[in-house]
Ligand binder design. Structure first.
Ligand SMILES: NC(=O)c1ccc[n+]([C@@H]2O[C@H](COP(=O)([O-])OP(=O)(O)OC[C@H]3O[C@@H](n4cnc5c(N)ncnc54)[C@H](O)[C@@H]3O)[C@@H](O)[C@H]2O)c1
Length: 208
């Protein structure tokens, strides 16, 4: 593993109890960061933080609850002095259906978590926040991962999983640790210039 320097940084990883978020939290901790895992599953978040060790903490937070997010952010900032890095990995796949068959309630459920939940943790999304903070030495970037075999696959049909694999030119699923490598670089001082960017992790530009 290459050394990335996140010494003394405080990082929030939403959805960090497992999957991609956990891999990022582990990599951040190995790079010297204080990691705060916020996950709907508070028990698993605490267990993961204990397994990571050091100063990592795990908290049960529903990122769709804006007030809970603000209270947790205020408490973390008061305790740590500042919050330097935010990775919003909390998310769900939603039902695997054609657009015209998609139930509106399911659409609302996915939007509430994947979009509103992200907004609650920031004040805007990557492009706008990247521009708004560009002069303040704060980088805001997003990543676009191909499919990675985590618990999120439980929400998908075998047919859909096979379809996704067939569309990845690398011929295999992405590993959470490979996401963590890119995110650790983006969150470090090594990435001193790029902001408002979208980073490809598609394994050869998947076409789905
Ligand atoms: N795994 C993939 O193939 C893949 C590919 C591209 C993008 N993504 C995205 O990456 C992110 C992480 O995916 P993953 O594979 O690690 O998923 P995962 O299901 O393994 O982990 C997601 C975590 O988010 C938490 N979570 C769910 N609802 C929450 C809420 N309301 N508040 C706080 N936490 C909540 C879950 O408890 C879980 O621990 C998701 O946003 C997903 O859409 C995943």
């Amino acid at each position: 593993m290459n050394q990335i320097d996140l010494q003394g940084r405080t990082a929030i990883v939403t959805g960090g109890a497992q999957g991609i978020g956990r891999a990022v939290a582990e990599r951040f901790a190995a790079s010297g960061a204080h990691v705060a895992i916020w996950d709907l599953d508070g028990e698993l978040a605490a267990k993961t933080a204990a397994e990571i060790g050091g100063t990592a903490t795990g908290l049960g937070i529903d990122v769709t609850d804006a007030q809970a997010v603000k209270a947790a952010a205020d408490a973390l900032e008061a305790g740590q002095g500042s919050v330097d890095i935010l990775v919003t990995s909390a998310g769900i796949a939603g039902a695997n259906l054609k657009t015209w068959d998609y139930p509106l309630e399911e659409w609302a459920r996915v939007m509430k978590l994947n979009v509103d939940g992200t907004l609650h943790c920031c004040i805007a999304l990557t492009k706008s926040l990247g521009k708004e903070l560009a002069t303040q030495d704060i980088a805001v970037n997003c990543i676009t991962p191909a499919a990675a075999r985590t618990r999120i696959f439980d929400q998908m049909t075998e047919e859909h999983i096979g379809y996704m694999l067939a569309k990845i030119p690398r011929g295999r699923f992405l590993l959470p640790e490979e996401v963590a490598s890119m995110v650790a670089f983006l969150a470090s001082a090594e990435n001193s210039f790029t902001t408002g960017g979208v980073f490809d992790l598609s394994g050869g530009r998947a076409t789905y």
